[in-house]
Design a protein around this ligand. Structure first.
Ligand code: CTP
Ligand code: CA
Length: 225
């Protein structure tokens, strides 16, 4: 499908996209977070809407305007993101997890601001694992034939790491970005390879996040019944 040509090939479909990065609070004024801008997820939501889908965008801490014609659900933490994704996924044809989900959260939340103590070193921050939302939606498949897509940023042996992650998560497609200095975070462009559970490998040249989004939807459409 040429870019700019908007075939309504997602008409009648409900797609769920998560975007942004979760924040895990330590106290009322502090959190553990990440640098995800949410731009790739928003590009996925916009392109899906342009192709006729009903779109639910689960947005974690993004600073971006709501895309027109998209249902936006705002969340903060990984646990909130999980609840929102599972709820929206119940009747979804496809789920795309573009959000950067914190792997860990502080084991305790201080209801009052954590203060320095005279002459004392700080207490260590103890972390616990967050739920793996992508693995959970992939294992559950709320609807038969539901297509599930993950994203991964990898370094070193990018393809081998991506292939292993696709298998571990149990999703249908995994968009693998190579990260390094100046690549990906906050940028307008992206370069990736999309791995399929069927063994397929689709390289996506460096280009706008919309172009990658349209390729993801092409691959999803191929897999919808
Ligand atoms: N993901 C998720 N829930 C988590 C962590 C990640 O749903 N708790 C999703 C992300 O949204 C992304 C995919 O899983 O689509 C891959 O995220 P990534 O951080 O690369 O995977 P991890 O299993 O956390 O592996 P790593 O230890 O490399 O961070
Ligand atoms: Ca992770």
């Amino acid at each position: 499908l040429a870019r700019g040509v908007q075939e309504p090939d997602l008409r009648g479909r409900h797609v769920v996209v998560s975007a942004g990065g979760t924040r895990e609070p330590l106290d009322p004024v502090r959190f553990l977070g990440n640098r995800s801008s949410g731009k790739q997820g928003y590009a996925l939501a916009r392109t899906a809407a342009a192709r006729g889908a009903r779109v639910t965008l689960i947005a974690a801490n993004t600073q971006l305007p709501d895309p027109a014609g998209v249902d936006v659900v705002q969340v903060g933490t990984a646990v909130q993101l999980r609840e929102a994704v599972l709820k929206a996924a119940a009747d979804a044809d496809a789920v795309v997890m573009a959000a950067a989900v914190a792997d860990f959260r502080p084991s305790a939340y201080a209801t009052g601001k954590i203060k320095k103590k005279d002459g004392k070193e700080p207490e260590p921050i103890v972390l616990v694992r967050n739920p793996d939302i992508l693995a959970e939606v992939s294992a559950e498949r709320a609807r038969a034939g539901q297509v599930i897509v993950g994203f991964a940023a990898e370094t070193d042996d990018v393809l081998a790491n991506g292939r292993a992650k696709l298998t571990r998560k149990g999703c249908d497609l995994l968009v693998v970005n190579e990260v390094g200095e100046r690549k990906t975070f906050g940028s307008e462009e992206n370069e990736a390879v999309v791995l399929g559970a069927d063994g397929s490998e689709k390289p996506v040249p460096h280009g706008p996040k919309e172009a990658l989004a349209d390729i993801v939807w092409d691959l999803v459409v191929d897999r919808l019944d």
